[in-house]
Design a protein around this ligand. Sequence first.
Ligand code: ADP
Ligand code: ASP
Ligand code: MG
Length: 408
Amino acid sequence: MARIVQKYGGTSVGDTDRIKHVAARIKAARDAGNQLVVVVSARAGVTNQLIARAKAVCDQPSEREMDQLLAVGEQETIALTAMALHGLGVAAASYTGAQAGILTDQVHTKAKITTINPQPIEKDLAAGKVVIVAGFQGIDREGQVTTLGRGGSDLTAIALAAALQAVKCEIYTDVDGVYTADPRVVPSARMLPEISYDEMLELASSGSKVMQSRSVEFAKKYGVVFEVRSSFNENPGTLVKAEVAYMEKVVVRGVAVDKDQAKVVVSNIVDRPGSAAKVFRALADAGIIVDMIVQNVGRQGVANLTFTVPLGDKASAVRTLRPVLDEVGGQVEVHKPIAKLSVVGVGMKTHSGVAATLFQALAETGINIQLISTSEIKISVVIDLDRADEAARVAHEAFGLGAAGAGK
Ligand code: ADP
Ligand code: ASP
Ligand code: MG
């Protein structure tokens, strides 16, 4: 009997008909002789609605209470999925994260999984039940409910597949797999039959929300091979694993856009050792993750620092910097809305000209580049938010990633 972990995302369990459809798929996999652990997300939109309600009653809700609230979304869908399976005559039991033995650290709203105690799930599997687990949540050592960051049901599924030594981990979503770009933005995007952990990780951390980036990191660390595929058809999806065929032949594997970033400019700070350290130490102590950083040194002993932070941390970044700037001088400003466009591919390690091709394509479309950063397998640029989708299409085309091409 093969043990499989399946995960169904928010759209796949978006209403009661879809939950019944998912239950029928689970039954078919169980009837084929498999042992099943199924992770479900909250219905699409529910987590956002809960966040909006929290903000409606309090400007800065406590993170502990936020986790109490957000865990509710998944608790609804686990129970409904188990009930739908009962309706089909399938023995099933639903588990919250805590009941499933998912232990985390104490960092509310972005907790990390520390251990999983597989015993409760093993017991029900041995009794022949399908086990349905709430994604995105766990419990800390003091018994407090925690959540794993947005998109965290992917992490629940991958961590369970590792802990339960499943032979397969299937991530069911509302597209057929991982594409060369978001297929809703770039119509010519092509589905990839397979992709390496490193490329998937860069795409995910650059804004491709098809997989939560922390879940890909976890899969890479523990060698969990997983498949991203559609819950609406039977088509094979994208296999995500360590090595993929033709890895060196394709220079750019995909394009990602991140619209959840803000650009902050700190101008006219004193140009001497320690100024940048003070600015970024303050941001780090406030738990703000800084991404791209550029410094230019001006005349008269002053420097400007430009960097990006997650959109949700924009106000807190400005608040944090005010007292620091009283010390090192300078002003802080948040610029008009931006997006980060990234092109990703392991082949970049050994090919030249990727940056030139990208910059040329954007120039020909009249899209101005504000910031640039590179890593071994990624080039990112900051551009105006309102040109982001167009830029994604232009970059996709420039690297021949469309349906007709095979990448260059
Ligand atoms: P789920 O609710 O199943 O977790 P998400 O909404 O989190 O689904 O992720 C799926 C969405 O990710 C797709 O609907 C698609 O618009 C978006 N997406 C962004 N980039 C990509 C990509 N490169 N390949 C596939 N989908 C992508
Ligand atoms: N419901 C959570 C979210 O919307 C977790 C998930 O869907 O993976 O972020
Ligand atoms: Mg998701």
